[in-house]
Design a protein around this ligand. Sequence first.
Ligand SMILES: CC(C)(COP(=O)(O)OP(=O)(O)OC[C@H]1O[C@@H](n2cnc3c(N)ncnc32)[C@H](O)[C@@H]1OP(=O)(O)O)[C@@H](O)C(=O)NCCC(=O)NCCS
Length: 157
Amino acid sequence: MEIHVRSLDPNAADEVALVAARMRETIVEVLGKARGGSLYDAAFLESRVREHLDRDDAAVLLGLLGTTIVSHVILRVEDEAGLFGTLYVAPDARRLGVAGALVGAGEAWMRERRLSRARTYTHPANAPLHALFGGRGYVLSPISPDFVKLERPLGAS
Ligand SMILES: CC(C)(COP(=O)(O)OP(=O)(O)OC[C@H]1O[C@@H](n2cnc3c(N)ncnc32)[C@H](O)[C@@H]1OP(=O)(O)O)[C@@H](O)C(=O)NCCC(=O)NCCS
């Protein structure tokens, strides 16, 4: 099935709620249910999504398989670099190239803003994310017991 990437529709409350719910899924998957399950409530997560829709220096992209939204990524500018915030692909849509398509679209968004670097942060044990970004030339450096940074320069293409 074909992969499409588009921006979240700010007027679509169901899309905001879906991304917020999947932000929770991401936290639970990365940190475990005990630590991540009760960290943030739905209203807080929806307000976090909306915050990124109201700013010129941020965006929320959706990944679709056919007409089904299976993925999202949150983008913003941080210290003159482009930051990938939460990136999530529904379990039954994984290993089909959806995250790769979203990261490519995110890098294009960053280049349009003339940002010279792209980065993301994740847990030291998040091997799939390390493989995804590592395969695209991002270099991993430890930040703390809970975080590593993956970063690369953004060339012209
Ligand atoms: C990490 C994640 C976004 C990858 O999404 P995906 O759509 O399956 O990734 P893609 O199909 O685009 O994979 C592209 C490449 O990344 C690497 N990769 C992705 N998942 C991998 C895995 N589980 N194990 C090893 N390599 C992996 C591979 O090199 C893959 O290429 P290949 O399939 O041709 O071998 C997805 O597993 C996910 O949503 N995980 C939970 C949420 C999460 O951890 N988000 C980040 C929080 S900071």
